[in-house]
Design a protein around this ligand. Structure first.
Ligand SMILES: C[S@@+](CC[C@H](N)C(=O)[O-])C[C@H]1O[C@@H](n2cnc3c(N)ncnc32)[C@H](O)[C@@H]1O
Length: 188
């Protein structure tokens, strides 16, 4: 397996990704607002310190839920602290997952919307990953996938989409996201 598939984003980059100035070019409300509604159950895969998790928790409201998973305990610990400070802990289930599984079987068929922002290129088994997300999502549930341009090649992103389609995802539309490949997928 190529070495890049084992690389995970270091904790210090997690702090950079959490920089509030990032909202100027990757605004969570603009990127996610039209896809997420109050009361939804949402997955934030590879959530890091929660740049998208906290805005998602506000979007789903008091009746909704955000399931945030990351392979690194350092990321989840920081997210948990931020969620508590923002009084959003009761809407967020934050968990450390192993690199090769999400471990969220109790949510199978219960997720309305999934986000994986700049995380799928770090997953060791992309095929297994899409199979799990498809199982977690409700039928016709949406999945917003974004990958960093430059870091991920055009051909690699296309190959990722092919794997998604092999696991029952249909491409709904490309999305314009700063310095990213963005795509909205639908579970079938
Ligand atoms: C580049 S960061 C992106 C973080 C966040 N989505 C954002 O846009 O701010 C990628 C994150 O995915 C996590 N990650 C990498 N491989 C993973 C895996 N197999 N399972 C869960 N999380 C993983 C990393 O620990 C890291 O926090």
């Amino acid at each position: 397996m190529p070495e890049h598939e084992h690389h995970v984003c270091p904790i210090w980059v997690g702090h950079l990704l959490n920089n509030p100035l990032r909202k100027l070019y990757q605004n969570p409300q603009k990127i996610l607002g039209r896809h997420v509604r109050e009361g939804m159950t949402v997955l934030d895969f590879g959530c890091a310190m929660g740049f998208f998790t906290l805005p998602l928790a506000r979007m789903v409201g008091p009746e909704g839920k955000v399931i945030a998973v990351d392979v690194q305990a350092g990321m989840i610990n920081k997210l948990a602290k931020r969620a508590q400070k923002a009084s959003l802990s009761n809407r967020i289930t934050a968990r450390v997952c192993p690199p090769d599984a999400l471990g969220l079987e109790e949510f199978n068929g219960k997720i309305d919307f999934a986000l994986a922002f700049a995380a799928v290129h770090e997953v060791p088994d992309t095929s297994h990953f899409f199979r799990e997300v498809s199982t977690l999502l409700k039928s016709a549930g949406k999945f917003l996938l974004a990958e960093p341009k430059g870091h991920v090649s055009d051909s690699r992103f296309k190959a990722t989409l092919t794997i998604a389609e092999q696991h029952g995802f249909r491409i709904l539309q490309p999305l314009r996201i700063f310095r990213s490949y963005g795509i909205l997928l639908k579970n079938t």
